[in-house]
Design a protein around this ligand. Structure first.
Ligand code: DC
Length: 230
């Protein structure tokens, strides 16, 4: 069967990674979480005492950082200079740091290049902010998955609760609003819906309903011969 790519973009907490992972599993293709690459870089910079916001310093040091991903049975691992950073990617500091570092055009140029190179190897679902607009404008299907800021904050907060992280719902909502603003207003590749992306608003949808909606569109577009429904 020919190779194909599926792009899922949207703001933080819309459920992109959960649906992308499930979709990839259903279709038996690979999944690349591009946000993890920005996060891994931010974590490495912070560990080296560098602010992800410091454009000059990040530009000077970027050539010294090699970001790689590998796909294991436990899912994607993200490495910086050979060191696996996966377990450190989801703190509040790493999230804001990733949003900060993703504003720099030279960082985007490097990571977009890597993402395209990875996506060339086999059929992939990729999720991020600029997959349908910049990384893979020719993707076979594009989804723009969104939800109200309140619904997204609630989901993130429940995740934090499971990990026993002491954070209030108000704080999560504030962080989400701050990242939304930064990700949609940045100059280079801001988060926006590609014209040909299917909009899915998951505010009042369950995970199963989102996945079913995506599978239906994929089937309609005849990208794969047969789609096993959920
Ligand atoms: O998807 P995520 O929350 O893991 O992404 C973390 C940050 O990385 C997000 O705030 C913006 C940035 N990002 C990006 O600019 N482009 C991407 N394709 C993916 C993530």
């Amino acid at each position: 069967m020919r190779q194909y790519t599926i792009a899922i973009d949207g703001p933080s907490g819309a459920g992109k990674s959960t649906s992308a992972r499930a979709l990839a599993e259903k279709l038996k293709i690979a999944y690349l979480d591009t946000g993890a690459m920005y996060r891994a870089l931010a974590v490495a910079l912070l560990a080296d005492g560098i602010s992800p916001k410091d454009a000059e310093k990040v530009k000077e040091l970027l050539p010294k950082y090699t970001i790689e991903v590998c796909f294991t049975e436990q899912g994607q691992r993200s490495l910086v200079n050979g060191i696996d950073q996966t377990d450190k990617l989801y703190s509040g500091e790493a999230s804001m740091g990733a949003s900060d570092v993703s504003k720099h055009p030279f960082v985007r140029q490097y990571l977009v290049g890597e993402q395209r190179r990875i996506a060339e190897t086999t059929s992939f679902v990729l999720d991020g902010r600029d997959i349908g607009t910049v990384v893979l404008p020719e993707a076979d299907v594009k989804f723009f998955l969104t939800a109200s800021p309140e619904a997204r904050a609630k989901r993130r907060w429940l995740d934090f609760q499971k990990k026993a992280e002491p954070i209030t719902l108000e704080q999560v909502l504030q962080d989400i609003n701050k990242r939304d603003k930064q990700d949609t207003e940045r100059e280079v590749s801001p988060l926006r819906r590609a014209e040909d992306a299917y909009l899915i608003d998951s505010t009042d949808l369950s995970f199963e309903e989102v996945l079913a909606a995506m599978l239906e569109i994929i089937e309609e577009k005849k990208i794969v011969a047969y789609v096993e429904k959920i």
